[in-house]
Write a protein that binds this ligand. Sequence first.
Ligand SMILES: C[S@@+](CC[C@H](N)C(=O)[O-])C[C@H]1O[C@@H](n2cnc3c(N)ncnc32)[C@H](O)[C@@H]1O
Length: 231
Amino acid sequence: MSDVKIIVTEDGSHSLYHKVLKETYHSFHGAINESNYVFLDKGIRYWRTKEGLPSSINIFEVGFGTGLNALLAAQFAEENRVNIHFHTIEPFPLDLEVVKDLNYTSKINDGQYTELFNKIHEAAWEEKIEISEYFSIRKDKQRLQHIEDHFNNSFDVIFFDAFAPSKQAEMWEIALIEQCFNLLKDGGVFVTYSAKGQLKRDLKQVGFEVETLPGPPGKKEMVRATKNAST
Ligand SMILES: C[S@@+](CC[C@H](N)C(=O)[O-])C[C@H]1O[C@@H](n2cnc3c(N)ncnc32)[C@H](O)[C@@H]1O
């Protein structure tokens, strides 16, 4: 029996409920709304504007899960004609039988990205795969705890999309926050839906500049942290 079941969130998009953790993969207030707001608007769009609209972006995601964030990043790449390389890690990949029932592509541009979403999920693991003219992905079946140092200083934006601190506390330990700092290039940004006080203190402790931003629908606040190593 599968550990997950599909639920419908308040914007009509699906998410998954993890029966063992008793936790959802996205906000109940809207999976697509949350991902677009936290990771696309406050992450990619913010970084790109700040850096003078560069034509390529390297993203690192913690927790590939349903692939929703990858799909939205691919949509951004296509619509803005920007090259995105998306590196994501996931130690517990979902069964494709579950993924095929998710309604994400029907909610985005009338199904225009269905083929792209399928390609993202069918892409081989542990290697860089070109999905479209503007979007490539590398999916590693790996834990954040085991990321190798040679990826340090490689990424512009980190999507930190682990399960909540109350459900998977080890993902939010300061050693992993420092790992994220090291993975980013100078000027890179880390975004997450959580705004826990301890997280903000740890982000500052490892060297980030930290902002508390208004949260996505249904959540008061979120956090963005910038690596300004030279200041
Ligand atoms: C909140 S869900 C991810 C949501 C995902 N970004 C999406 O849009 O569906 C958290 C994900 O982190 C994964 N995860 C669990 N332990 C992890 C670890 N040690 N390193 C990286 N990811 C982990 C889970 O399996 C799960 O898919």
